[in-house]
Design a protein. Structure first.
Length: 364
């Protein structure tokens, strides 16, 4: 059976999804496109050979079995619920929605109708990230004790663009982009216990809320997770990278250049470091484990997984409940930051019961 897919939102994110469909052959066919800009909808329809292009996403629903929603965040819930109520499976661009109640409504609707609801977190399907996860789980370099994720980019949307609006975005950089990496930290490290976030508009004055984020989380295992993300980078050394420090060395995923390294522990006395000596070997001294295409979002993996879930009825790896848990972490961090407290994140692991808000509560 060929799945008929509608694309709702044909702007930048819609464009980035296009090449992913090539991997699926005749398993999926784009039959309808929708965008507030009819020319964009028509261009996407021409690209995919879709019969229908429209400015009203509701007009697509009779022509599709599933939809990919790639629109401003504050529209996700309305569009997702409308599609689910019409009996359509939904692949939702991150974040799932901008409030907890909207997320709960989407989860309930998909469950009641036995439909797939999946959040587009492509990093879960990135070949370097998946290999890194396997190597960490296998303890290639021994037990991990710290994981850090760096994302440095310049995102300066035009005046009036919805991304500048905290209300339409659902928050700031952490909510819009950092949700990818909160999800990864939960996936890699397990159940969180407490955390802090510090956000700033310095360097990104066009943002109503933070354009730069630092967050740190302590996990039940004792491992520490850290994420630095900025939309204000005028230059970068880290780019997009993940470091996992282990007792036997460090694993490094250089996502910008498509390389996965194992930096093995020192053989012999370790240098002291300091101005006169170097603590770190050159980057090329690491063992190159995997090479992939550089600076690629690798969206094909998530699209293939969504199609497999529609075909088989299996639960998506990035399903509604798991996505909600990650967003709850961010909301809890935001609340604690505003009150100058450390956030209690207990109960918000991906494997914990999502039906409540977790055990966490901030001190009075």
């Amino acid at each position: 059976m060929t799945i008929r897919l509608g694309i709702i939102g044909c702007g930048d994110m819609g464009e980035s999804h296009r090449s992913a469909f090539a991997e699926l052959g005749d398993r999926v066919r784009v039959t309808a496109t929708a965008d507030v800009d009819l020319d964009r909808a028509r261009a996407a329809a021409d690209h995919f050979g879709a019969e229908l292009a429209t400015t009203d996403y509701r007009d697509t629903l009779d022509a599709v079995d599933a939809v990919l929603v790639v629109t401003p965040h504050d529209l996700h819930a309305e569009m997702g619920l409308t599609a689910l109520r019409a009996g359509k499976h939904v692949l939702m661009e991150k974040p799932m929605a901008v409030s907890e109640q909207e997320c709960l409504d989407l989860i309930a609707e998909s469950s009641d109708r036995d439909l797939v609801l999946m959040t587009a977190y492509p990093m879960r399907f990135h070949p370097l990230v998946r290999t890194l996860k396997n190597l960490v789980d296998q303890r290639l370099l021994g037990d991990p004790f710290h994981m850090s994720i760096w994302t440095e980019q310049l995102t300066m949307p035009a005046e009036g663009h919805w991304i500048r609006s905290a209300k339409r975005l659902g928050g700031g950089q952490l909510f819009s982009h950092g949700c990818h990496y909160v999800d990864l930290l939960l996936w890699f490290l397990g159940r969180p216990e407490r955390g802090t976030h510090m956000g700033s508009r310095l360097g990104t004055p066009w943002m109503e809320r933070e354009g730069t984020s630092d967050l740190i989380m302590a996990f039940e295992s004792g491992i520490t997770g850290y994420h630095f993300g900025t939309w204000g980078a005028r230059a970068s050394r880290m780019g997009y990278s993940i470091h996992v420090h282990c007792v036997g060395g460090m694993l490094e995923a250089d996502l910008t250049n498509g390389r996965l390294y194992a930096h093995h522990g020192w053989d012999g006395p370790a240098p002291r470091g300091g101005l006169a000596e170097t603590l770190l070997p050159p980057a090329d001294a690491g063992e190159l484990l995997v090479q992939t295409e550089a600076d690629d979002k690798h969206l094909g993996g998530e699209i293939v997984h969504f199609v497999e879930c529609v075909e088989t009825g299996q639960r998506p790896l990035t399903d509604g409940p798991g996505s909600l848990q990650g967003l709850r972490v961010i909301w809890r961090l935001y609340e604690a930051e505003e009150r100058g407290l450390v956030a209690d994140l207990r109960g918000l692991g991906l494997d914990e019961d999502w039906r409540g808000a977790g055990r966490a509560s901030l001190p009075g």
